[in-house]
Design a protein around this ligand. Structure first.
Ligand code: ASP
Ligand code: MG
Length: 417
C-alpha cells in the first residue's frame, strides 16, 4: 500500500464526462489498496473567464477579492469529483485550501506556501476516504483565501504530497511525460523515463512547460517524487511498464537514475530579449546602478555577461530580460544613464535562448565545445553564452531556433532510433 497524490489539470476536468473519467483513474488506485488525495484544477478556461470578470468589474481590483473570485473554479471541480467518486461507491469528500489548511503568505494573486497542516487530511486518508482537494489556493495569515499564481495547482499538489508524506505525486496532464526536447520541433524527441530534479528545474524554467517551475523547486526541496503522465490513458490500461510504472516521466533524485546520460535534453525559450550597454564605466558600483533600478521595476534579469576592460576605463555589459519587459527595461536604463554612464545602448528582441541540459555534464569535459562546433558548422552565430554546472545556454537569432535545437538534439545522441 502506498500513499499517493494525484493531480489533474484543467483539460482533464473540462466537463462532467472527463471528471467521471478522472474518478475511474482514482478508483483504480483505491482498488489497488492505496490511500489517495486528489488535487484538481478548475475546468479548462474557467480561470481565464474569472480573471476577465474581475478586470471587467474594475481594472484596478483588490487582489484579495480577485483571489475570492478565481479560487472558485477549483472549488467547483473538487466538489464535482467527490460526487463522481461517491457515484462509484467510493468514500470521498472535498477540501478547499482553507479547510486543510494550506497556509500561505498574504501576497494575494501569487502567494507563497508557508506550511500545511496535514493531520486531518492524513486521518481521513487512513480511514479510506479520498480527499478531493481544490488546487491553486490556501489561506493567508489574515484568514482570507489566497491563490498561488497561474498554474499553481501543480505546486499545491507537490506541497500536499510533502505535507502528508506521500510516496509519489502523480501529475496527470495533456502530455504523456517530459521529452528530450519539444516534439513539435524535433519529431525524433524521446520521452524520458526519469529526470533529476535539477534537470527538470532547468528544463521547466527554460520553456518546457510541463510543470510550474515552483512545483519543481518544491519537489526538489522536499524530495517528492513526481510522476508526469497522460490523463488521456484509459483508466483501465495496464499500469506496469518500464521501471514498474506506466508510460510517463518520473522526476526524482539523481540517485534514483541508474543510466545517466551526459545530456538529458535541449530546451529553448523565446521569451528573451537582449540588452547591451556599450562604453560602461569600469568602476565599482556600475553593475549595481544598472541592475538595482531593473530589480525595483520587477524586471527579472537572466544571462549577464561583462568583460574586463582593455584599458581599465570602459567595458560592455550584456544581459537578457523577459521579452514582455523589454521596452520597460530600455526606458528604465535610459532614464538611469546619469548614474550608470554608458555611451550607447543596443538591444534585440528577436532572440532565443537554447540550452543543453544534463547532470552528466558535471563529470564530462567537452560538452560545450561540441555544441559550439555544431552551431558554427551550421552558420549560427552565438550572441551570448552562459553556463552552469549542468547547463550550457546560448543566445541566438530566433530565425535559427529550429535548426539549432535539431542540431544539438542530434549531436548529443538524443534522437530516437
Ligand atoms: N486554475 C488555475 C489556472 O488556470 C490553476 C491551475 O490550473 O493550475 O491558472
Ligand atoms: Mg497546468
Amino acid at each position: 500500500m502506498a500513499r499517493i497524490v494525484m493531480k489533474f489539470g484543467g483539460t482533464s476536468v473540462a466537463n462532467i464526462e472527463r471528471i467521471q473519467n478522472v474518478a475511474l483513474h482514482v478508483k483504480r488506485e483505491v482498488e489497488a489498496g492505496h490511500e489517495v488525495a486528489v488535487v484538481v484544477s478548475a475546468m479548462a478556461g474557467v480561470t481565464n473567464q474569472l480573471v476577465a470578470w474581475c478586470k471587467e468589474a474594475m481594472p484596478n481590483y483588490a487582489t484579495s477579492e480577485y483571489d475570492a473570485v478565481v479560487s472558485s473554479g477549483e472549488q467547483v471541480t473538487s466538489g464535482l469529483l467527490a460526487i463522481a467518486l461517491n457515484n462509484l461507491g467510493i468514500k470521498a469528500r472535498s477540501y478547499q485550501g482553507w479547510q486543510i489548511p494550506l497556509r500561505t503568505d498574504s501576497t494575494h494573486g501569487s502567494a507563497r506556501i508557508q506550511g500545511i497542516e496535514g493531520d486531518a487530511l492524513s486521518k481521513d486518508l487512513s480511514s479510506g476516504t479520498v480527499a478531493c482537494i481544490a488546487g491553486f489556493q490556501g489561506v493567508s495569515p489574515e484568514g482570507r483565501i489566497a491563490t498561488l499564481g497561474r498554474g499553481g495547482s501543480d505546486t499545491s499538489a507537490v506541497a500536499i504530497a510533502a505535507g502528508i508524506k506521500a510516496d509519489r505525486c502523480d501529475i496527470y496532464t495533456d502530455v504523456d511525460g517530459v521529452y528530450t526536447t519539444d516534439p513539435r520541433i524535433v519529431p525524433k524527441a524521446r520521452r524520458l523515463p526519469r529526470v533529476a530534479f535539477e534537470e527538470m528545474l532547468e528544463m521547466a524554467s527554460l520553456g518546457a512547460k510541463v510543470l510550474q517551475v515552483r512545483s519543481v523547486e518544491l519537489a526538489m526541496v522536499h524530495n517528492v517524487r513526481v510522476f508526469v503522465r497522460s490523463s488521456f490513458d484509459a483508466p483501465d490500461a495496464p499500469q506496469i511498464g518500464p521501471g514498474g510504472l506506466p508510460p510517463g516521466t518520473l522526476i526524482c533524485d539523481e540517485e534514483e537514475i541508474v543510466e545517466q546520460q551526459v545530456v538529458t535534453g535541449i530546451a529553448y525559450s523565446k521569451d528573451e530579449a537582449q540588452i547591451t550597454l556599450r562604453g560602461v564605466q569600469d568602476k565599482p558600483g556600475v553593475a549595481a546602478a544598472v541592475f538595482g533600478p531593473l530589480a525595483e521595476a520587477h524586471i527579472n534579469v537572466d544571462m549577464i555577461v561583462q568583460n574586463i576592460s582593455d584599458d581599465g576605463t570602459t567595458t560592455d555589459l550584456t544581459f537578457t530580460v523577459p521579452v514582455a519587459d523589454y521596452e520597460r527595461a530600455m526606458a528604465t536604463l535610459r532614464a538611469g544613464n546619469g548614474a550608470i554612464g554608458y555611451a550607447k545602448i543596443d538591444g534585440a528582441s528577436d532572440v532565443v535562448k537554447v540550452s543543453v541540459v544534463g547532470i552528466g555534464m558535471r563529470s564530462h569535459a567537452g560538452v560545450a565545445a561540441k555544441a559550439f562546433a555544431a552551431l558554427a558548422a551550421n552558420g549560427i552565430n552565438i550572441r551570448v553564452i552562459a553556463t552552469s554546472e549542468i547547463k550550457i545556454s546560448v543566445l541566438i537569432d530566433t530565425a535559427h531556433t529550429e535548426l539549432a535545437v535539431r542540431t544539438l538534439h542530434s549531436i548529443y545522441g538524443l534522437d530516437q532510433a
